[in-house]
Design a protein around this ligand. Structure first.
Ligand code: ZN
Length: 142
C-alpha cells in the first residue's frame, strides 16, 4: 500500500474555540484559515496553517458529538491524527479485509469537502487515526 502523503492535520478537542484561538494565533503565531461546522460530527472546527499541515481545533456543538464524549472521558487535548491519502475508500476496504478495526467502513464528508474515515483507536494502541482525501481540484490554501 502506498504511504500516505503527509500529516493532513492534528485534531485537538477544545471546549471553546473562542477561548483557545488567541493562544494559537498570538502565542504560536499561526494563521487562522477559517472555521466551519461539520454537521456529521456535530462540531465546529477551526483550521490553522502550519507548513503543509494544519492544526484542527474541534469544539462540540452538542452533548452527542463524539468530541463531547471524548472530553467527558479524557478532557481537552489531542484527539486524532489525520493522514492525507489519495484513495480513502480503497484503503478503508483493504483495512477492513485485513481485520483492522474501523469506526467508518465507508468514507463520509468532512471539513473542506474532504472524504474522511476514522480507524478505531484500538487499531493503533489508543491513537485515533483519520484518513482524509481532498478533491483533486480543491483549493488547499482555503
Ligand atoms: Zn480531523
Amino acid at each position: 500500500m502506498k504511504a500516505p502523503n503527509k500529516i493532513a492535520h492534528i485534531g485537538i478537542a477544545v471546549r471553546s474555540l473562542d477561548q483557545v484561538l488567541p493562544f494559537y494565533t498570538e502565542q504560536l503565531g499561526l494563521t487562522l484559515l477559517g472555521t466551519e461546522e461539520v454537521a456529521s460530527e456535530q462540531v465546529r472546527v477551526a483550521f490553522l496553517a502550519i507548513g503543509e499541515s494544519r492544526i484542527e481545533l474541534l469544539e462540540p456543538l452538542s452533548a452527542e458529538s463524539p468530541i463531547a464524549k471524548f472530553m467527558e472521558k479524557r478532557g481537552e487535548g489531542i484527539h486524532h491524527i489525520a493522514l492525507d491519502v489519495d484513495d480513502v475508500e480503497a484503503r478503508l476496504a483493504t483495512l477492513k479485509e485485513r481485520g483492522v478495526p474501523l469506526i467508518h467502513e465507508k468514507p463520509k464528508d468532512g471539513a473542506h469537502h474532504a472524504r474522511i474515515g476514522f480507524l478505531h483507536p484500538k487499531a493503533a494502541n489508543g491513537v485515533l487515526y483519520e484518513l482524509c482525501q481532498y478533491p483533486q481540484d480543491a483549493d488547499r490554501t482555503e
